[in-house]
Design a protein around this ligand. Structure first.
Ligand code: H2B
Ligand code: FE
Length: 302
């Protein structure tokens, strides 16, 4: 089928959810928990009925949900000084902008307001794992699609799908950094006219950098991927130095990946943010080449 190029955020479909959505599969940690499943349905419905331009509805997180958040925050705050990057997305410098507290799950509406002031990025709620093309297209309109539900309380260190912890801790802080926001915007623009094969490669590039990338800082390897920064299990795994480290070459074929892989057995390493961003942008430019002027105009390239 010919690809449909969205000309505005309203034309980016936020309804095609992959994986679990509100119907959890048998291997999901919440599968046997009817209360959790109903909660997921309710929160998913808020995302499905959200209108662009309207505030993102606030969630009254339950004490059990706040406990999960507190557990993750407490563990991560101990690991960040040593293992989180400073340079990529200036993560440790952007972090304090959001005033995260272990006692309160942040509200997407408040985070979106901070991002808008910092880099013009905004958050749009979504019911689950969005299709890669739609997710990447959203970035072209400086929009980050974010889930709002909490992972199941039986497994705070692991989630088989994005949840509010992953989005808020892993992705949101760096989107407040202008250089990082610009890079992510370029990735989004590149996705607009990409064919399915190019989308698949771009998805892998995104996966091995934005989701699971690491970077050399001084003599050490530090995490900048959102999947590492938002999971204390994964961050401990990375810090233990048991995974293989390989240099990133975005123009070469990248390995297939899946949400069911568990901890990464191999991380792609950037030598620096500048080096990585230059590589990614050069790759993105190869996809921009044939872009019609009205598409360029719609995303601010003209
Ligand atoms: N959907 C949601 N809700 N959050 C994400 O962080 C996310 C997504 N990431 N869909 C995407 C896919 C990304 O990992 C790539 C492009 O597949
Ligand atoms: Fe993610």
């Amino acid at each position: 089928a010919p690809i449909k190029i969205p000309r505005s955020l309203a034309e980016v479909d936020n309804g095609q959810i992959l994986g679990f959505s509100a119907d959890l599969s048998e291997d999901h940690p919440g599968f046997h928990d009817a209360v959790y499943k109903q909660r997921r349905v309710d929160i998913c419905n808020l995302a499905r009925t959200h209108q662009i331009g309207q505030p993102i509805r606030r969630i009254a997180y339950t004490p059990e949900e706040v406990d999960v958040w507190r557990t993750v925050m407490t563990e991560l705050q101990q690991l960040f000084p040593q293992h989180a990057c400073k340079e990529v997305g200036r993560f440790l410098r952007c972090w304090p902008l959001f005033n995260f507290s272990p006692d309160e799950v942040p509200q997407l509406e408040d985070l979106s307001a901070v991002l808008q002031r910092a880099t013009g990025f905004q958050i749009r709620p979504v019911a689950g794992l969005l299709r890669p093309r739609d997710f990447l297209n959203g970035l072209a309109f400086r929009t980050f699609h974010s889930t709002q539900y909490m992972r199941h309380h039986s497994s705070p260190r692991y989630t088989p799908e994005p949840d509010v912890v992953h989005e808020v801790i892993g992705h949101v802080p760096m989107l407040a950094d202008p250089a990082y926001a610009d890079l992510v915007h370029q990735i989004g623009i590149a996705s607009l006219t990409a064919d399915d094969k190019q989308i698949w490669h771009l998805t892998k590039v995104y996966w091995y950098t934005v989701e699971f990338g690491v970077v050399r800082e001084g003599g050490d390897v530090k995490a900048f991927g959102a999947g590492v920064l938002s999971s204390f299990g994964e961050l401990q795994h990375m810090a233990a130095d048991r995974a293989e480290l390989v240099p990133l070459d975005v123009s070469a074929p990248l390995p297939k990946m899946s949400y069911k892989d568990g901890y990464q057995q191999r991380y792609f390493v950037l030598e620096s943010f500048e080096e990585g961003a230059a590589q990614l942008k050069a790759y993105c430019r190869t996809l921009h080449q044939e872009m019609p002027d009205e598409v360029r105009a719609a995303v601010g390239l003209l």
